[in-house]
Design a protein around this ligand. Structure first.
Ligand code: TXA
Ligand code: MG
Length: 340
């Protein structure tokens, strides 16, 4: 057990909280901080020993590489051997922001950051607290999502606290994160960039800036080893089984009625419009717009508790824009897909 220091950031203590958190990171401790996507659990990316604390606190498999976080393009350039012209364009359009570039590593970061790969994922978060912290540290910070491995990613400081207090040195509480799903991970080592994980920047947005992008075959269900190693583990799992239900509110009602005999208490998560038409033991309205649904998704998955609810039904959302990331996460979290 370690004592976890929690700073609730206000205007008056802002600089002091950043200074203290940065000092802990520089001394080799693990500290959680908000980004615009989800909370990250940070440690000095150049120190094997510091990075090991992340894996230990999260219970994360060692062969799943971490993203190095930096404040500026200059700092990104220090971690990779080459920045191709299309990456320059992407950086101008989307960084700082929810996009992670996989590029050839120059091995400045510790080998447990890259899991021994010849590439490294680098991201510049835009959240003001993350920016201030990274500038104050002036070292690359390795940071996976700050949850226990396998659970939904944390979008509030309370989620981080539930999973990791007593296991990490500090937690900067900057309120709810905003985007709600993680960054888009894009492999930039080949001629045509490949989306390894859909996220905060949509495929449509990427294509507007650089033209054609490919999507990892592992994402579209083809056989073979997943290229983003994070994709092969159980992820985002709620405490109780989650079923995805395709079709309208009518179809949700039908499944609800049918499963009443098999499951004592049934929960539903859906858009406001669909939620208004269903009655269940617990109903969570995620919002109307896709951006609202993304922002509330992980909190909803964490809200349904074993003992209160025996089965969660969630509607299937359109896969345009950030909807691609929403459905990617829901498929990983779900145990059944009920087709229309
Ligand atoms: O939004 C985000 O990206 C958040 C915040 C904290 O920045 N971080 C995050 O980290 O989601 P994590 O560790 O939960 O997910 C990182 C993903 C994993 O799927 C991992 O396999 C992939 O990025 N990844 C990291 N480095 C890679 C590399 N060199 N090659 C391929 N995939 C890589
Ligand atoms: Mg994660």
């Amino acid at each position: 057990m370690v004592q976890t220091k929690r700073w609730s950031i206000t205007e008056t203590n802002y600089q002091q909280a950043i200074d203290e958190a940065a000092a802990l990171l520089k001394s080799g401790s693990a500290v959680a901080f908000p980004t615009e996507t989800v909370y990250g659990l940070g440690a000095d990316a150049t120190s094997e020993e510091a990075v090991a604390k992340i894996f230990q606190a999260k219970g994360r498999p060692a062969d799943n590489p971490l993203i190095a976080h930096v404040a500026t393009k200059e700092q990104l350039a220090k971690l990779v051997t080459n920045i191709p012209p299309f990456v320059d364009k992407l950086i101008d359009a989307f960084s700082p922001g929810p996009l992670t570039y996989v590029l050839p590593t120059n091995d400045l970061c510790a080998t447990n950051v890259t899991a021994g790969l010849s590439t490294i994922g680098v991201r510049m978060p835009v959240h003001p607290v993350a920016q201030s912290l990274l500038k104050q540290c002036d070292i690359p910070i390795a940071a996976p999502s700050a949850n226990t491995s396998g659970k939904p990613s944390p979008t509030t400081a309370d989620h981080v606290w539930q999973d990791l207090h007593g296991k990490i040195a500090g937690l900067l509480d900057g309120g709810p994160t905003g985007v709600g799903v993680e960054s888009t991970v894009i492999d930039c080592t080949g001629e045509i960039p490949i989306v390894l994980r859909p996220g905060g920047v949509s495929r449509e947005q990427l294509e507007e800036v650089i033209g054609e992008v490919m999507v990892d075959p592992a994402l579209v269900g083809a056989e073979g080893r997943p290229k983003a190693p994070g994709m092969k583990y159980k992820h985002y799992a709620p405490e109780v089984p989650l079923w995805l239900v395709e079709g309208s509110a009518e179809k949700l009602k039908e499944v609800l009625a049918k499963e009443r005999d098999n499951y004592h208490r049934i929960g539903v998560m859906a858009s406001n419009e669909t939620a208004a038409h269903v009655e269940a033991d617990q109903v969570i309205s995620l919002g109307s717009k896709q951006s609202e649904i993304a922002a509330h998704l992980y909190d909803a998955l964490r809200t349904f508790k074993e003992g209160d609810i025996d089965l969660i039904l969630c509607e299937v959302f359109p896969e345009t824009g950030i909807g691609e990331a929403i459905m990617n996460r829901l498929r990983k979290a779900a145990s059944e897909y009920v087709a229309e």
